[in-house]
Write a protein that binds this ligand. Structure first.
Ligand SMILES: Nc1ncnc2c1ncn2[C@@H]1O[C@H](COP(=O)(O)OP(=O)(O)OP(=O)(O)O)[C@@H](O)[C@H]1O
Ligand SMILES: [Mg+2]
Length: 219
């Protein structure tokens, strides 16, 4: 469904993304991890069509939705914020319920806390149909309960739409509990790729082993 071949992205001669081959199947939830600056956001922005690769080819469906790493709110209440792009108000209220934001539905979105705003940003995507969801650190601002709600909402959307989900994360819990596959980027290159628990418990390379050792894993 998604296929990248020899994709490279450079900034001022520095290669920040270098993907020899990456295939992602329909219905797959893939988590991308890696240190700050390892190219996770660059990869999602490239897949969202916001930036162009310098080399290589990418095949992917046209119907894609992208949630940036920095969430934002428009003026107006939560329902307005979700439906601004054409979403259905009843569906928006269902999503607010699922993400435990119903009590805040009539409040100005700009008054939300960081974790609430992140859940709102997810609702803004999930109210619409797509074939590929691109989520940049969708639980970064969430507490444990919020992260669980986000995971459930992503999985429910995947079930309903049979779409691919590509999300970045610094959370091993999100990777292990929420994804079918974990890919770790090392300076823009996939260094480990597989079933999350397998990748975490049996890292394929010394570099992956030392990167994972920095995570406190309870999975
Ligand atoms: N527009 C740009 N111009 C120059 N360098 C850039 C630009 N965008 C990203 N970079 C560089 O590319 C590298 C990868 O950045 P990217 O945002 O993809 O990292 P990341 O893995 O998402 O990091 P984080 O975990 O901090 O979100 C970084 O070193 C960054 O400084
Ligand atoms: Mg990033």
């Amino acid at each position: 469904m998604i296929k990248l071949e020899n994709v490279k992205k450079r900034y001022a001669e520095r290669t920040v993304l270098d993907i020899p081959l990456l295939s992602i199947a329909q219905g797959e939830i893939v988590a991308f991890a890696g240190a700050n600056g390892s190219g996770k956001t660059t990869l999602l922005r490239l897949l969202a069509g916001l930036i162009q690769a310098d080399e290589g080819s990418a095949q992917l469906p046209a119907e894609r939705l992208y949630m940036p790493q920095q969430c934002y709110a428009f003026r107006g209440d939560l329902v307005k914020n979700i439906t601004l792009g054409g979403g259905d108000a009843a569906k928006a209220r269902q999503l607010l319920e699922a993400l435990e934001l119903s009590a805040l539905a009539d409040k100005p979105a700009r008054s939300l806390s960081g974790g609430e705003l992140q859940r709102l940003a997810l609702c803004r995507l999930l109210v619409r149909d797509c074939r590929v969801l691109l989520l940049d650190e969708p639980t970064a601002a969430c507490d444990a309960r919020g992260a669980e709600l986000v995971l459930h909402a992503i999985q429910a959307y995947r079930e309903a739409h049979d779409c691919a989900v590509l999300m970045t994360t610094h959370s091993p819990v999100l990777a292990a509990k929420g994804a079918d596959r974990l890919i770790i980027l090392n300076s823009g290159k996939p260094e480990a790729d597989g079933e999350p628990r397998e990748v975490l418990l049996h890292p394929a390379t010394e570099w992956a082993k030392s990167f994972i050792a920095g995570w406190k894993i309870e999975c």
